[in-house]
Design a protein around this ligand. Sequence first.
Ligand code: ATR
Length: 276
Amino acid sequence: MTLRAFVIGHPIAHSRSPLIHGTWLAAYNIDGSYEPIDVEPTALQAFLARLRGGEFVGGNVTIPLKEPVFALCDSVDPLARTIGAVNTLVATGTQVRGFNTDYMGFLGNLDQQAPGWSDGLDTAIVLGAGGASRAVLVALRERGVKTIHLLNRTLEKAVELATALGPSVRAGSLAAFPGVAPEAGLVVNTTAVGMHGSAFPELPLALLPRTALVTDIVYVPLVTPLLAEARALGLRTVDGLGMLLHQAVPGFEAWFGVRPQVTDDLRRRVEATLGQ
Ligand code: ATR
């Protein structure tokens, strides 16, 4: 019997997930499928009934369903609960369990591209306090980063998130960057700034230690203005495409029983679609 998985969202046409999972299904010779399905928020409950009915082994959930799906799961993994969003569903019998694999994607990407990045890392800067920021903060906290400066254009949102995540996360505005940069071993951009060539107007990366690593979760373009500036200064950089690839690993393993590898070939295939 063909094992069927899906990605649901609205719209869904531009999702790269079918390419990622389709590549793995072929590479591991698995009798499975992974289909993009357009589901509007009002149709989400009915879709979950299909999942409980055994039509699918599970799937991914993307914008704008990551928050609404949370309440509709029969159980939610504790880390997804902390992050406040579900991006992966696994059907077991008539039950649907929700997970968030974005934090594993973030860690998997850095572990592959910058091995040892978290060894002795005491202080990090996270830019942005939206949905994607939560997964990054939870990941850094889990790796034992002692101080995380959460800097956001709107200070109140950073304060709210820092309060929810505990004392290792300290809120500030973007203007606080120069004051905290000299101590920071890592800078993560979780905002949409960088897409379509946009840039942070005032972020003096030159104040970072020479050994600092700069990473962006934006992957269109692959080299964002932030990463380009960091590279020009001789800092280490990791682009955001690997996070997309690595967040797909735990879902594939849960649905199809094989832990897939993020290979250079997979990366090249997905990279080839970025200009489209
Ligand atoms: P997501 O869930 O994908 O993280 P989001 O919840 O809309 O998206 O969050 C967007 C983040 O990008 C926020 O931190 C936002 O800052 P504000 O809280 O001040 O809105 C940040 N952001 C978006 N555009 C920005 C810009 N031009 N300059 C600085 N920060 C920006």
